[in-house]
Write a protein that binds this ligand. Structure first.
Ligand code: SF4
Ligand code: SF4
Ligand code: FES
Length: 234
């Protein structure tokens, strides 16, 4: 199989490699083969190899994907693969992007849990049947892979836009009964760079490897912001 892999920083170029085809081969297997057998200087990132850590995302034949769970059979066109770094993030080197801005945006969206209990009190539980909890049961499974962020056109047009993952995170906390920073969080996501900038293209939802729907989370935030604005809370 012929594989083109991005080498260098933002001004780099695709380099061609020949890689043997194997049964059940993943895209991450291909990158690992190239790094171990053909080009030891190739920089890429992964950790778990089982779809848990979110560190292996790359652009494969133009589409952002988690590479450890993406089989070559499903994505190779005419036995060719093109593998590059994620879009919408600065490239550090080769397939490694700088994730700082992505996670800084989680902080800007107030993505940190603000507990109301002191350390002397026991943990607060949430029943699995809680209606609030049921609204975010899927959304809390986000692995922070940035596939959605890379797929989002609004992030490409407006670099300040918080993006689908940070807003999805904010939504899980807005619906967390234990959290004490609901209004601060709604204020943080209500600005020009927040939930109202989402054009509901659904690219994030189509691409999320965990089958989450950041689009639905963002729609939930829009509703909560509207309700709180009408009540005069914001
Ligand atoms: S639905 Fe919103 S956040 Fe998701 S890709 Fe589209 S514009 Fe971006
Ligand atoms: S919402 Fe999905 S695509 Fe986006 S960071 Fe989380 S797991 Fe990855
Ligand atoms: S290596 Fe952890 S999700 Fe792919």
């Amino acid at each position: 199989m012929k594989v083109s892999v991005w080498k260098g920083g933002a001004e780099g170029a695709f380099h061609e490699f020949e890689v043997p085809r194997l049964p059940s081969q993943t895209v991450l297997d291909v990158v690992t083969y190239i790094q171990r057998a053909l080009d030891p200087t190739l920089a890429y990132r992964y950790a778990c190899r089982v779809g848990m850590c979110g560190s292996c995302a790359m652009t494969v034949n133009g589409v952002p994907r988690w590479t450890c769970r993406t089989h070559v059979d499903k994505v190779a066109h005419a036995e060719r693969l093109q593998i590059g770094p994620l879009k919408n993030l600065p490239v550090i080197r080769d397939l490694v992007t700088d994730m700082r801005e992505f996670f800084d945006k989680w902080a800007r969206a107030k993505g940190q849990f603000e507990g109301r209990r002191t350390r002397d009190r026991d943990f607060e539980g949430i029943k699995p049947s809680s209606p609030q909890r049921l609204q975010v049961d899927a959304a809390i499974e986000c692995i922070g892979c940035a596939v959605c962020y890379s797929a989002c056109d609004v992030v490409a047009w407006n670099p300040d836009y918080l993006g689908p993952a940070a807003l999805n995170r904010a939504w899980t906390l807005v619906k967390d009964e234990r959290d004490g920073a609901r209004l601060e969080r709604l204020r943080a996501v209500a600005g020009d760079a927040g939930c109202h900038s989402c054009h509901t293209h659904m690219s994030c939802t189509e691409r999320c490897p965990k089958h989450l729907s950041p689009t639905a989370s963002i729609a939930g935030l829009k509703r909560e912001v509207l309700k709180s604005s009408i009540r005069g809370e914001l």
